[in-house]
Design a protein around this ligand. Sequence first.
Ligand code: HT7
Ligand code: ZN
Length: 873
Amino acid sequence: PQAIYLHDYQPPAYRLERTELTFDLNEKATRVRARLHLQRHPEAEAQAPLVLWGCELGLERIAIDGQPLLESEYRIEGETLTVERVPERFLLDTEVVIEPAANTALEGLYVSGPIFCTQCEPEGFRRITWYPDRPDVLAPFTTTVIGDRDREPVLLSNGNPVERGELPGNRHFVSWQDPHPKPAYLFALVAGKLDCVRDSFTTASGREVALELWVEEENLHKTEWAMASLKRAMRWDEQSYGREYDLDLFMIVAVNDFNMGAMENKGLNIFNSAAVLANPQTTTDAAFQRIEGIVAHEYFHNWSGNRVTCRDWFQLALKEGFTVFRDQTFSADTNSAPVKRIEDVALLRTLQFAEDAGPTAHPVRPDHFIEISNFYTLTIYEKGAEIVRMLRNLIGAETFRRGSDRYFERFDGQAVRVEDFVDVMAEVSGLDLGLFMRWYSQAGTPQLDCRGEYDEAGQRFTLTVRQHTPPTPGQPDKLPLHIPLRMGLLGDDGTPLTLSVDGETPGTDTVLHLTEAEQQWTFEGIERAPVPSLLRGFSAPVRLDYPWSRDELAHLMRFDEDGFNRWDATQRLALTAIEEMMTAHAAGETMHLDARLIDAFRYLLNQPADDRAVLAEMLRLPSEAWIAEQQSQVDVDAIHAARRAAIEQLADSLYADFERVYHANQSTAGYAPTPEQIAARSLKNIALSYLTASGEPETLAMAKAQFEADDNMTDVRAALTLLAHSDRADLGDPAIRAFGERWSHDALVMDQWFATQVTRPQPDALERVRFLMQHPAFSIKNPNRVRALIGTFTRDNRVNFHRRDGAGYRLLADVVIELNRLNPEIAARMIAPLTRFRRFDEARAALMRGELERIRAEKLSRNLHEVVEKALA
Ligand code: HT7
Ligand code: ZN
């Protein structure tokens, strides 16, 4: 397969005035007629050929202005169809036959159980019909869907329904008109037996919008939360960005088979059922919050993505980074803002940093790709969002809002580039963002090495900061970036010190602008040695090193004005203690937990609980993934053993405190996913997890009681996990059995059942995975099942996935080889843990490499080919 390069971009030679589609649905043979009203671009050459894209289409007819084309008049090569000579303005009329039931890749038109649905981003539309399938060709669409009256009573597409009627042979049709010009990737069609929950929303300017949530009948009791989330998101976008919805109808549909979370098709968002259906009995707090965020994300795309779209797929972060930033801000405004920031940073620092340090590292705006589906990554989404966040912090929230208003107004209806977004921000702020643009082109995570020097005689504190970005594949040499470093200084009594930098108004918090490889700042009038608080709010996506002592970290944990840095100081303190235990483990010595961490936790547990949500996060030790990120060669066993020992020693030392917190946070009210209740449950369940780590038998009885009380899924799942992960099979097995029997009818709950079992730290976990792959509730064709069983195992059960005998690697390779045939997009995602083999010891690396080579010997899809070749390069 050939790579596609950003620098080869050519504007389209033909524009679409109008697209008219007719679908005659049939699982085995759907007939698609496309009438494309095309016109040569005024700047294109008169001889410019017409190029369309298509994939696995049975072409039955092709005509221009009513004249069928002879086979000699067009040419099909790979995925393109070229007509050399076409008029300046013409109607291209094609008819193709496709087979939705055989489509296991879940791109284009496919069936999910009894439901027909589509996924067209990024290049799925070419599996539906021959089309200029590129995001810079926009058209208003008219779509007629014909289906069986009994099997497909509901026929949906983008826009507004304009006509419906009966046809012979028990068939019927609905025609839809979408007046907003859109690229093909935003096209959607859904048909089947679906029920609807209706609501409405009055926009700020007083327009009434009908809201429809379409689900299969058995899911009607799980729709309330998504509908409420949608309305909150609609209001928030009006208030925060001045963006109103622009059609009279907004629809969401839930389907069971979907490659990602959801899709922002114009007026008809299609959701993975896991990303929309919620109910207290079946859904955890974390999933409620995730659903709220995804509903908002897809809705926000209506402006950041649909009204203003991307010129080409290299610009993907333009819509995804901005929309993730928008959904993060929405969730922060709706829930606990500091916890949202902590969660987002934890995700970025573990998984995105790992991606940025591995063989598939790429810039936020890549300059080439083989398969664009491989670029829906944490780098594009999460690092892309961090760049937007830095921009807003650099120019200020109000100026940023003026910039976003101008961006939406100026580029409405257009397909644009990252530069267009950044230029508008530079224009409204007057700031030179030239250097800042490097964030989009340079891959890798910058490292900041900071050092402080206190001059007692001169009463000044000097901070020296060096930045460097390690090489990434294809980018050996890196240049300095424009990095905003928010910071403050704390006095020895915890008071924030007043700083004045470069003539700014003095305050206790400032933003340093790093633009060079090394810079120095001196703060005058500092009477005693301060403790610096650096990278407040995680002001830039970087790794930061400063030689804080443990006492200084404990000081920051107590006194920092910045909530994020209080959490981060606790994480750093815990990390130092765990690393010390890992050294002891490697030397075969007893692992002792540093008493200063125990004291810090005691302090936290005995503080008045003014923010329980943040407290729960502070009590969570750094994840195994984050500990691994600190190591030059990852020692999975030492990490697991040390972290576990730290938990047990905290549990033993602070048993009474955890017990008190557990009891103090029992809920009395009925379940609601409110920030207050979520915080209390989170704190209660982390306390319970420490209690069970103490090994005291009554603590598992507490977990069993919580499990049996069956109050809500958050508490049930937390208790089930503790029971299932304990060594007490007499308690764990019955709980697993009871849960599995109770929920065998609900696939989304069974996914949680799978995930709970395959994260068991005991050595039987891998055999359980193989066993569960034979369970009737599992299907390798369903991405949710694969993610729950295989994805959770390879990501969250590091000791067992990295078993020394290589059985974990073999299992993953077997699954990837099967997925390569069925669903290349999912195969390419699942393989990621194997591609990081260079991070491990020689023996493990050789086993992982061996499995990659076994995969490479297969006939690979473009998706997997690209990832495997990068990994083995
Ligand atoms: N914009 C959507 C991306 C998406 C997608 C990409 C590749 C394959 C399948 C997909 N489904 C959805 C989702 C979003 O970011 O909102
Ligand atoms: Zn998105």
